[in-house]
Design a protein around this ligand. Structure first.
Ligand code: G3H
Ligand code: 13P
Ligand code: ZN
Length: 336
């Protein structure tokens, strides 16, 4: 058993309370490899932003769970080396799907876990989330639960609406489970294809597709039921068209990739939404830079020569998210 406190990590409690009061959101960035982690820590340390490092079950399988945990521990030291004396870094399990997986993460030094029972019948979601909370809270580890199912692009518009979080359930769920934050469904979804073109309108100036707005009425109703309670948005990549264009220009094939417009996320960040999850945008930046470099320098075979530009582009992207979308720059409790 290793406590996250020994690793220099923090849980989400204080940073969420400050984010709600301050009208901004904490970035939750997924990482699977060294370059993503370097870019996240460089951007968040330079900008004095709290940050949540997210590890999915897939990331644990890809990179090895022990290695990822030591990388997060190393990230705390790296942030200090970059001049950030008091970093606030959370190591969070993304989309935990069982009690055993959550327990394993708590036991190995994670400071926060998500138990995603959103696909279960309501009562089973409550029971599973409560069980994880009971265990995690013994070690001061915070827990994110989820209610409502994130829409997939394969769904019909009608069924997407019916999957939104039901505001009438949120008080019962949070009080019965004791979870520290709640992921909700208001129209975001995972991946780079969040909407079908026929769900969008066309911007006459740019010719780009504009997706329908998020269901802010549902968010408002949830906030009314749970005043001051931390809300989480998954599926919040904006799928920057410049990366999609770069990927397509250099041999890729991502037709009609569409994300959540950044002004919608900015609006959400000013509310009780205090954690915004971004993964796909990092994948797009990485892929765009690697494709460009390999096409422009076909003789290159040193991975540092194409992973380096990928890291630079991801750092630029994370900086932009922190400053212009989430507003979490200069929000550490101790800025020196
Ligand atoms: O929510 C999903 C995250 O983007 C993680 O994706 O399961 O492919 O690692 P992954
Ligand atoms: P995106 O696929 O929109 O980046 O969402 C990531 C996410 O929600 C991770 O849990
Ligand atoms: Zn997610």
């Amino acid at each position: 058993m290793v406590s996250y406190k020994e690793l220099g990590l923090v849980n989400t409690k204080e940073m969420f309370a400050r984010a709600i009061n301050g009208g901004y959101a904490i970035p939750a960035f997924n990482f699977n490899n060294l370059e993503q982690l370097q870019a996240i820590i460089k951007a968040s340390s330079d900008l004095r932003s709290p940050v949540i490092l997210q590890v999915s079950k897939g990331a644990r399988n890809y990179a090895n769970s022990t290695l990822l945990r030591y990388m997060a521990q190393g990230a705390v030291e790296y942030a200090k080396e970059l001049g950030c004396k008091h970093p606030e870094i959370v190591l969070h399990l993304d989309h935990g799907d069982s009690f055993e997986l959550c327990k394993d993460c708590v036991d190995m030094g994670f400071s926060s876990v998500m138990i995603d029972g959103s696909s279960l019948p309501y009562d089973e979601n409550v029971a599973l989330t409560a069980k994880v909370v009971e265990y995690a809270h013994k070690y001061d580890v915070t827990v994110e639960g989820e209610l409502g199912v994130l829409a997939g692009v394969e769904d019909e518009v009608a069924s997407e609406v019916s999957h939104y979080t039901k505001p009438e359930e949120v008080i019962d769920f949070t009080s019965k489970t004791g979870c520290d934050s709640l992921a909700i469904s208001i129209g975001t979804s995972h991946g780079a294809y969040k909407f079908k073109p026929e769900q969008c309108t066309v911007d006459p100036k740019t010719g780009r597709l504009v997706p329908p707005p998020l269901a802010f009425d549902v968010l408002d109703a949830i906030m009314e039921k749970l005043p001051g309670f931390p809300i989480v948005l998954h599926g919040s990549s904006s799928v920057p068209q410049e990366y999609v264009d770069m990927i397509n220009q250099y041999g890729g094939k991502l037709p009609n990739a569409i994300g959540i417009p950044e002004d919608q996320l900015r609006k959400a960040a000013k509310s009780a939404v205090c954690k915004i999850n971004i993964d796909s945008d990092s994948r797009l930046a990485f892929t765009a830079a690697v494709r460009k470099t390999l096409v422009e320098k076909p003789a290159e075979f040193d991975p540092r020569k194409f992973c380096g530009p990928a890291r630079d582009l991801m750092t630029e992207m994370y900086r932009h998210k922190i400053i212009d979308v989430l507003g979490s720059d200069n929000k550490l409790a101790q800025l020196d």
